[in-house]
Structure formats: C-alpha cells, structure tokens
Design a protein around this ligand. Structure first.
Ligand code: NAD
Ligand code: UD1
Length: 350
C-alpha cells in the first residue's frame, strides 16, 4: 500500500503524519481546505524532506479542496487513477474540532464532519479504495472514573463534536458490515497530542480562539498572555488538578504508519484503538516540566472547573501495544522542549 490520501493533511496532526508517511516511502496526496491551517505547511514538508532525501519531494501532491464537495474528493481519486497512482488507503483527519463552536454551530459541525465523512466514503467506495484510518478521540468516552480507559468502555459523548466522532465510528462500522471481505478500518482514538517536530518547522498553528492547554502554555511562556488559568485545584488527584495522557505528536504520527502497515498485512477488519502513552500527568506536572526543561516561568492561577471537564482521562493502551508494532518513544520533556522550540522558531505560526 503505497499511495495514501490524507484529508486534513495541512493540520496539526495531519502535517506530522504526512512527514512520517513520506519518510516511510509512501506517495501522499493531501486534500485540505485550509479552513484551519496554512498551505505553507506543504512548503515546510518539502524543506524537511529534501534535507534528507531530495527524491522524495516528488512523492507529495497537494490539492486545496473541501470534503463537503464530492467533486473535490473525486478529482483527487480520479487524477490518482489516471496517473496510475491509484489511492490504496486514506487517513482521514479533516474535521472541525472546537467543542465550544460545535455547541454553538451544530449544523456546521454535522455537515463538515459527518456529511464530509460520508462524501469521502462514497468516493472511496466508487474508486474501490477500502482501507481507512479515522481520527477519533478520547472525547467520546466521557469517563468519570479513575481507571484507565479501555476501548470497550461506554461511549457517551456530551457535545456535538464528540457525537460527530462517535457517529462516524458507527457509520464506519456499518460500512464494514456491508462488505467485511474488503474493508480494513481503524478508528484511532487520540488522547492529548502536544509538542512538535524536532526541526522546529512543523507544529500546532491554532487559528482563532485557543482553548487547549499546551498552546496556551506557549502563549504564556512567550508573554502573549499573562498567566494560565487552571480549571480547578479541587479534583481528587495527587495535586488537585486534572490528569491527562499527553502524547508526543511524532509518536501519534508514527502510530498511523504502524496502523497502515497492520491493515496492509492483515485480513479485512474493523478495529478501535486508543492511542496514548498510558501515563497520567496533572496540569501542574505539565507546567513544572515545561518550566524545568525550558528554563522559564509559567505564571498561573486557579479558577473554577470548566464545564464538561473530566478529572482523569488516561488511555489503557495495552491493545495498541499488543496489536501494532508501536510503542511511544518520546517523553514529556521531549514534548515540552520540541513544542517550545517550534514556538520560538515560529512565534506567529506559519
Ligand atoms: P487541525 O484543525 O489542525 O486539522 C484539521 C485539518 O482539516 C485542517 O487543516 C483543516 O483545514 C482541515 N479541514 C477541516 N474541515 C475540512 C473540510 N471540510 N475539507 C477539507 N479540509 C478540512 O486539527 P488536528 O488537531 O490536526 O486534528 C485532526 C483530526 O484529529 C481532527 O479530526 C480532530 O477532530 C481529531 N482529533 C484531534 C485531537 C487533538 O487534540 N488535536 C484529539 C482527538 C481527535
Ligand atoms: C479538550 C476537549 C476534548 C478534545 C480535546 C482535544 C473539553 C472538555 N474537552 O480535551 O473533547 O478532544 O480538548 O481538542 O473541552 N486546562 C486548564 N486551563 C486551560 C485549558 C486547559 O487548566 O486554560 C486543563 C483542563 O482542565 C484539562 C487539561 O488542561 O485538565 C487539558 O485540557 P485541554 O487541552 O483542553 O484538553 P482536554 O480537556 O483533554
């Protein structure tokens, strides 16, 4: 399986995964509307890859297009077939991801995320491409316990974004059941990706309001905002702040390569896989590590709990460790160092 379509390949997770794909010898088609990313990502990818292996720069093709428009998706499948480089598999990142926006604009979210995914699957079906890795999320679990989360924990999303993700998983399940002899599907349920590629050329480039903790820490570190507001210090955890499973973006990217290899080498099936390190880190531990590694201060204060927040969201990653040839290699220190390096090199993003 050599020719891969990456939807949303200019985004945070997509761009790092495209780099891993190129490094692993794949031919990559990127389809992205750039609604939440910059087309300059493609230039950066070419810069990085040409430093290692100039020949590989011809293995990347970008088409600006929207998955809400069937003709945009069709054009990439058709071009690929016409050029004898038929798409063999898809990694489907494109989607909108703000919880808050999804609550205020459910139509926009259902159309973009769910209708967009239906369009993509229609075209995959038409062009007989029956391998897909879907970007799902730990957000579908709504976990209130203290245990690590297993794939068979109950799925109870509490906002439209989460319901989009669980609906797409259900839809993919139906697609699989309709033709189990051919479909190969993995729903990768991401925990909290942070950090950046070590070159400083790729990283997270949030457009609009920033809500997630790591980009906010970067903003405080660079004095763009005065302090971090920590949502609650009265949680039942070792220091009173919430626990998450932070995973280095390159470990997450490499997980997609291993997922592809697994699908390629095995019988048709559908799999749900958590992808996280399995280690829980509190908000204060994250801040302290960031301060120590980068030798700077992150001023913070405690505010009330955020609506819908969960105390403890940590992957039980035993299934992915067992099934794929994948182990997370990077430490929390690496995540903090590489993330800050990206910000220092690109204070205004791309
Ligand atoms: P991102 O916003 O950086 O990347 C998404 C990309 O999809 C962007 O480049 C955007 O321009 C593109 N896109 C959006 N709608 C599109 C459309 N209709 N047509 C074509 N392109 C479109 O987000 P990310 O953090 O890289 O996340 C990638 C995927 O992973 C998303 O589906 C997200 O829901 C999921 N996810 C992310 C996280 C996280 O913490 N970042 C966690 C769990 C799941
Ligand atoms: C959030 C979303 C989740 C989504 C994920 C990735 C909520 C409730 N959950 O998850 O659905 O999949 O982003 O996009 O919005 N924190 C602070 N102060 C801040 C920001 C965050 O203390 O200003 C804390 C939070 O309480 C949490 C941790 O930092 O404990 C991580 O927060 P965040 O980066 O928003 O990720 P999640 O809450 O895991």
């Amino acid at each position: 399986m050599k020719n891969i379509l990456v939807t949303g390949g200019c985004g945070y997770i997509g761009s790092h995964t495209v780099l891993s794909l190129l490094e692993n010898g794949y031919f990559v088609y990127v389809l992205d509307s750039n609604v939440n990313s910059s087309p300059l990502v493609i230039k950066r990818l070419i810069e990085i890859i040409s430093q290692k292996d100039k020949g590989k720069i011809n293995n990347l093709q970008f088409l600006e297009g929207d998955i809400r428009r069937l003709e945009n998706i069709e054009s990439i499948f058709k071009t690929a077939s016409d050029n004898n480089k038929k798409i063999n598999g898809v990694i489907h990142f494109s989607g909108l991801k703000s919880i808050k926006e999804s609550i205020n604009y459910p139509l926009k979210y259902w159309e973009n995320n769910v209708v967009g995914s239906i369009n993509l699957l229609k075209m995959m079906d038409k062009y007989e491409c029956k391998t897909i890795i879907f970007s799902s999320s730990a957000t579908i679990y709504n976990n209130f316990g203290k245990e690590k989360i297993k794939e068979n924990c109950s799925i109870k999303p509490i906002n439209p974004y989460g319901r989009n993700k669980s609906t797409i998983e259900l839809f993919l399940n139906d697609i699989y059941e309709s033709d189990p002899i051919n479909w190969k599907i993995i729903n990768l349920r991401y925990f909290n990706p942070i950090g950046a590629h070590c070159s400083g050329k790729l990283g997270e480039n949030p457009i609009g309001l920033v809500n997630n903790i790591f980009p906010l820490i970067l903003k405080v570190a660079s004095k763009n905002i005065n302090q971090l507001k920590i949502f609650g210090n009265d949680w039942d955890t070792r220091d009173g702040t919430c626990i998450r499973d932070y995973i280095h973006i390159m470990d997450l990217a490499n997980g997609h390569i291993e997922a592809l290899k697994f699908l390629q080498g095995n019988n048709p099936q559908i799999l749900n896989l958590n992808i996280g390190t399995g280690s829980g880190i509190t908000v204060l531990e994250l801040i302290k590590t960031f301060e120590r590694v980068n030798n700077l201060k992150i001023p913070y204060s405690f505010v009330g709990r955020r609506k819908g927040d969960m105390e403890n969201v940590v992957a039980d990653n035993s299934k992915i460790l067992e099934i794929l040839n994948w182990v997370p290699k990077y430490s929390l220190e690496d995540m903090c160092r590489d993330g800050w390096n990206w910000h220092l090199t690109n204070p205004n993003g791309y």
